[in-house]
Design a protein around this ligand. Sequence first.
Ligand code: BDR
Ligand code: CA
Length: 310
Amino acid sequence: ARKIIVDTDPGQDDAVAILLALASPELDVLGVTAVAGNVPLALTEKNARKICELAGRPEIKVYAGAIRPMVRKLVTAEEVHGKTGLDGPDLPEPQMPLMEAHAVDFLVDTLMAHEAGEITLCTLGPLTNVALALVREPKIAPRIKEIVMMGGGFFEGGNVTPTAEFNIYVDPHAADVVFRSGIPIVMMPLDVTHKALTTEKRVAAIRNLGTRAGIATAEMLEFFERFDEVKYGVDGGPLHDPCVIAYLLEPNLFQGRTCNVSVETGSELTMGMTVIDWWGVTDRPKNALVMRDVNHDGFFALLTERLGRL
Ligand code: BDR
Ligand code: CA
């Protein structure tokens, strides 16, 4: 199985991504590292443990990482995810322990202990933990097989400011470190994730699995989608983070091209914007495979089938 580490700030869509990973035998989840993002760290690490338990996997190692972004103040998203970050289902307090080590130490130690090219990082939140690990031990960069990330946006624009997507906006300096690292990156921007929408029928299919995980997922999605429904009048919410895991399972569901991505860290107006050279008009290095399209029916078929295994 492919070895992955999931770096995350759950978040309902993060939670669904974690469930999808834990339901998939092709993936070996070496650990889950939590970061401050959608809600503060104390909640994201707890939510990560709740989700591992919901998946019936209390042995998964969960680590707490950065409590705030590298330079800027933490910006959270309770208006989307609720006060707990995981509003919707009534999940019990986790019994499984939080690991003692810091997430950044876990990332460095685990990457150094494995062969080069063995581990893929799946990033579902602000990139603070990954950037700190790269600064702390630059030797990890060539050892990472690839980073598959949810973040950024281009033709679709931003979801926090007109030009910035949440994960990049919260820690643009960390994102800048990651995009300059030379590590192969696969990027799932809003342009893709806003095509993976939870319709009523799709949520019903997940609920009708009839399992604890299926019902809790449907409850999470119903809470999560109300934000876009009320604010933008669309039918359903965007399942951002599960696109990362779905790509590892079925890459052919996605289409994009390799180009340069640079992150704005200077201008307050466009802070956190991912400047994507889609047309190759600069000679900046092509550092990311930027996805633009998803076969959304295939994506939901995969997700529903996998959740049914939990
Ligand atoms: C990203 O921001 C968070 O609110 C979601 O979990 C996702 O990772 C979308 O912009
Ligand atoms: Ca997230």
